[in-house]
Design a binder for this molecule. Structure first.
Ligand SMILES: [Zn+2]
Length: 356
């Protein structure tokens, strides 16, 4: 399996953010990607390739021009206006009847963020932009691959590429950042695959609802978004991810949320996954994008589920059973001692192919 990686992610190293009212050290840090990369390099799973360059049009296909313009210069404008150089973070939000927006570097974060978990530092845009190119390179590789190019792959194995993206992306909407996410890597890769022909399904198995990805494709029927996540009534991102959110307009019926209670273990999770996979089979996409999070693991510090054992191998095997060309895009996962094992379990099982 090919991995796409670029170490530009290191420029995004925020010192802190707020969670549940507390100032905390950011769990989303460069060491996560280093741990994942080291596991891959020691595994013999396949080559690690660099990112390619893509133009701004790939970003503009998913994110609004005003949001992109803001993000590119947010940090220097924030500092010039007197904001704390440690990181740009909102202190006031544009919500409901208080949404008369007048651009200003100190209030902009509260207009373009929906929470306090997306601090912007000097290298944030550079890193997020590179992560987009990692995901797009992965999508391009997937399109270029065919079985002849993978002589070592078992016959039962579908094509797969892994994009080691950081910062993650699935909480970023068309014009909103939050939850460690700024630009939506999976959505931009999915849009790239749609434009190359064929329908795309996105399976989001991060612990948290992929609210940004859902919003981006909510009115579209050529991208089916399926998410298994912790119940938003009591957990992040709180205001999105309920079962009754099924799409709108032409996208009605093309959004499937499968929220599960805190403490969910392997058996209940795999039952939900079977439900998700059945819906994906019915949609019959040409491509699959997996928003891959490991924060469902029982010991994850940002977690809430109780998944354990070889669960990620079981997930990888079942996803392989769809028989679809699959782009895995890294999202969350913060328990550093097990991140590498979980990744190799998942990708290794996928590569070994579908269950007989
Ligand atoms: Zn997550």
């Amino acid at each position: 399996m090919i991995t796409i990686y670029d170490d530009t992610h290191r420029y995004h190293d925020p010192p802190h953010n707020f969670e549940d009212g507390r100032l905390v050290e950011s769990a989303e840090r460069p060491l996560r990607a280093a741990v994942l990369l080291q596991a891959l390099q020691s595994s013999g799973l396949g080559p690690v390739l660099p990112r390619r360059s893509f133009g701004a049009e790939a970003l503009a296909a998913v994110h609004s021009p005003t949001y992109l313009a803001y993000l590119e210069h947010a940090y220097e404008n924030w500092v010039q206006a007197g904001g704390d150089p440690a990181a740009a973070l909102p202190s006031t939000f544009a919500v409901r009847w208080m949404d008369n927006y007048q651009p200003h570097p100190l209030s902009d974060p509260g207009y373009y963020a929906f929470d306090t978990s997306a601090p912007i530092v000097a290298g944030t845009y550079t890193a997020a932009r590179a992560a987009i190119e990692v995901a797009l390179t992965g999508a391009a590789c997937l399109r270029e691959l065919d079985r002849a190019a993978l002589p070592g792959a078992p016959q039962a194995s579908p094509l797969g590429v892994y994009a080691l993206c950081r910062p993650p992306g699935h909480h970023a909407g068309s014009d909103l950042m939050g939850g460690y996410c700024y630009l939506n890597n999976a959505a931009i890769a999915a849009q790239h695959l749609v434009q190359s022909g064929g329908r795309v399904a996105i399976l989001d198995i991060d612990l948290h609802h992929g609210n940004g990805t859902q919003q981006i494709f909510y009115h579209r029927q050529e991208v089916f978004f399926v998410s298994i996540h912790i119940d938003p009534a009591a957990h992040y991102p709180h205001f999105s991810g309920f079962a009754h959110e099924t799409g709108a307009g032409p996208g009605q019926g093309y959004n499937l949320n499968l929220p599960l209670p805190a403490g969910t273990g392997n058996a209940a999770y795999l039952a939900a996954l079977q439900h998700a996979l059945a819906a994906l089979r019915q949609f019959a996409p040409a491509w699959l994008v997996v928003s891959l999070g490991f924060d469902t693991y029982k010991e994850d510090p940002v977690g809430g589920f109780a998944l354990d054992g070889d669960i990620f191998a079981q997930i990888g095997r079942r996803v392989a059973g769809l028989g679809l060309p699959t782009l895995f895009v890294q999202e969350g996962g913060y328990h550093l001692p097990t991140l590498g094992t979980h990744l190799l379990d998942c990708l290794g099982a996928f590569q070994q192919g579908a269950l007989a």
